[in-house]
Design a protein around this ligand. Structure first.
Ligand code: GTP
Ligand code: MG
Length: 580
């Protein structure tokens, strides 16, 4: 069978024949996976640790599908699925036999999150209805249960313990120290970047769980708005998500509001009588407010609900305990959905995009350039836009500008949201760029060099045009929002954080440029029993306190600090320090 990479080459032509050694790590969002208790289509390849049978995937046929098609398929899977808290003493075979009385199971897996959980997908929704019909409402003598029924269930096991259930791999990414060790064993920086992507990207199971949580939330919101939809967006679906990233969801009421429907021009017609709000924002706030109450009071597994309604984009934030996801639910946030689609397309265009974005995001996190806590840090979204901008700026661009993607758009791609033009081509085969043969290693080094010298004080980053422009307003870092062009996506970033980023870029560019024995793979020299010392990308991820905050001018004069030299010395000798 053709590899995903080969499929990609067939589809997109010449540009991909270059990076022969570069593997396209297929995004789990699109992967076709089936499991089997019952029969699935496709030839089983085997069983992984999660009890999942992988079937042959069809990357060439599926990979150019638009994001919304992939999402619709994922949501349909989610709606045929249930989430069950399992007693670990239960026996897997008996558990499956017990459930399959309701219908054929097409996939299942177990995972651990404050106990063992199972995600079970049936081949049709009738099986789910039958299973829910059999489930009992728990009774307790000293607590009153709110009888809100959902597809989140508990498996009760009475009787002796049997062979325990085996949860699959954890739903969070490996610690950085383990990643550094893994990368140190690789022979090239390119291999390290591919390996990092593989280690950190969302797994098939994690992606399924994200859609299942969205569909559980949709059931809660449907108490008020039966025709609503809840869709994941952001890094859960744009191809750049790391295990453990938050779950951004949008409450989509367009199906109810009839947006885009043609109204009859003559004759009789009926309209619903509705309450009105002062503005669309006020309507969004009141909708999220009542749904927030509902999630808080009745939503099984949803805890710590916060209503953040006065933010630029009002949202509900809560933890979904059974999945372990930190969730953000927004409404009327269609521009963010378009940004997600744009990022997804860029990631699909060339495998180097995802590898570079994953590498830069991981590097930034390891050095505290980004943070999970909101503040003056650069966000992952801004950082991703910076990587895209850099790739547009190559002498033969790796990816096109947003304006170019707009020129290539067909009639079905036309999209205007609140007066903002969000049109861009969705058919990747229409995009033809000059060949760019730069390796991942070269691109990484150039990325650091590019931003080490970028004139942040005067210029704004603009992926619509693919070139820097004079800053329209005073802000340490200005990155134009590609669709709401009057907005700066990095408005929150202060000068201290930008200086740290620049200083780190300078030092890392120097580290990668340094040719010599200490910048080469140590694996070969280390011998079979000795752990290789970190080198290449692994060395760049070391939490060393590299690049303390100094003025950018000063750092430019002093690229190879004494501290870096001693760091390199210590890399030769020491093992990797722990960092969670
Ligand atoms: P992580 O959650 O950090 O992994 O990345 P993310 O891409 O999901 O970012 P985040 O959760 O902060 O935001 C979710 C999505 O909202 C992003 O992917 C963007 O599509 C969009 N978004 C985030 N920040 C901005 C912003 O400042 N402006 C605009 N227009 N969209 C944003
Ligand atoms: Mg997110």
């Amino acid at each position: 069978m053709a590899s995903p990479y080969v499929a990609c080459r067939l589809r997109l032509g010449r540009r991909f024949s270059l990076a022969k050694n570069l593997r396209k790590v297929e995004t789990p969002l699109k992967r076709l996976v089936g499991t089997n208790v019952a029969a699935v289509q496709g030839e089983p390849l085997g069983k992984d640790k999660a009890g999942v049978f992988l079937t042959l995937s069809l990357p060439d046929a599926r990979s150019s599908r638009p994001l919304h098609t992939v999402q619709a398929e994922r949501l349909a899977q989610a709606e045929r699925s249930v989430l069950i808290s399992c007693n670990p003493r239960a026996n897997e075979k008996k558990f499956l036999k017990f459930l399959s009385r309701h219908g054929d199971i097409s996939k299942y897996f177990f995972y651990e999150s404050y106990g063992v959980y199972a995600v079970v997908e049936f081949t049709n929704r009738d099986a789910v209805a039958s299973l829910l019909g059999e489930a009992a409402v728990p009774s307790s003598s000293h607590e009153a249960a709110v009888p809100f029924k959902s597809r989140l269930l508990s498996l009760k096991h009475r009787g002796a313990a049997e062979s325990p259930l085996q949860p699959s791999e954890p739903q969070s990414s490996i610690p950085i120290s383990q990643l550094i060790r893994r990368l140190s064993e690789k022979e090239t920086i390119e291999q390290q970047m591919v390996s990092l992507t593989e280690a950190y990207q969302l797994t098939e199971e994690n992606t399924r769980l994200r859609f299942l949580v969205s569909s559980l939330l949709k059931n809660i919101a449907a108490a008020y708005f039966p025709e609503c939809n809840v869709l994941p967006f952001g890094s859960s679906v744009n191809g750049f998500g790391k295990l453990g990233c938050d779950l951004d969801m949008i409450l989509d009421l367009d199906g109810i509001s009839g947006r885009g429907e043609n109204k009859p021009r003559s004759g009789l017609s009926l309209e619903y009588q509705l309450k009105t709000a002062n503005s669309e924002r006020a309507a969004t706030q009141s909708i999220l407010s009542v749904i927030g109450e509902c999630v808080d009071e009745f939503g099984p597994g949803c805890v710590g609900v916060q209503k953040i309604l006065n933010a630029r984009c009002p949202l509900l934030r809560f933890s979904h305990q059974p999945s372990g996801f930190q969730c953000d639910l927004t409404a009327n946030n269609r521009v963010a959905v378009k940004s997600t689609e744009l990022l997804y397309l860029y990631g699909e265009l060339d495998p180097r995009v995802r590898h570079l974005v994953f590498t830069v995001r991981c590097w930034a996190r390891a050095h505290g350039v980004t943070s999970s806590i909101p503040g003056a840090w650069i966000t992952n979204f801004s950082l991703t836009v910076m990587v895209l901008f850099f790739l547009q700026k190559r002498s033969n661009p790796v990816i096109p500008t947003v304006d170019h993607m707009k020129e290539l758009a067909g009639p079905a791609d036309k999209c205007t949201i609140e007066g903002n033009d969000c049109t861009f081509v969705s058919d990747l085969s229409r995009i033809h760029l000059k060949s760019n043969e730069e390796t991942l290693e070269y691109l990484l080094r150039e990325f650091f060099e590019f931003y080490a010298a970028f004139p942040f004080n005067k210029m704004s980053i603009n992926i619509r045009k693919g070139r820097e422009q004079n800053k329209p307003e005073v802000a340490p870092l200005h990155i134009q929002n590609p669709f709401e062009t009057s907005l700066n996506v990095s408005k929150n970033v202060n000068a201290t954080q930008l200086d740290r980023f620049v200083a780190l870029c300078q030092e890392c560019s120097w580290l990668l440029e340094k040719k010599g024995s200490d910048a080469q793979p140590a694996a070969a020299a280390a011998g079979p029993d000795v752990a290789p010392s970190p080198w290449g990308l692994a060395a760049l991820l070391l939490p060393t306190g590299v690049a303390g905050v100094k003025s950018r001018k000063k750092r430019r004069r002093e690229p190879a600090s004494e501290r870096i030299k001693s760091l390199l010395e210590s890399l030769k000798k020491n093992s990797v320090p722990e960092k969670s």
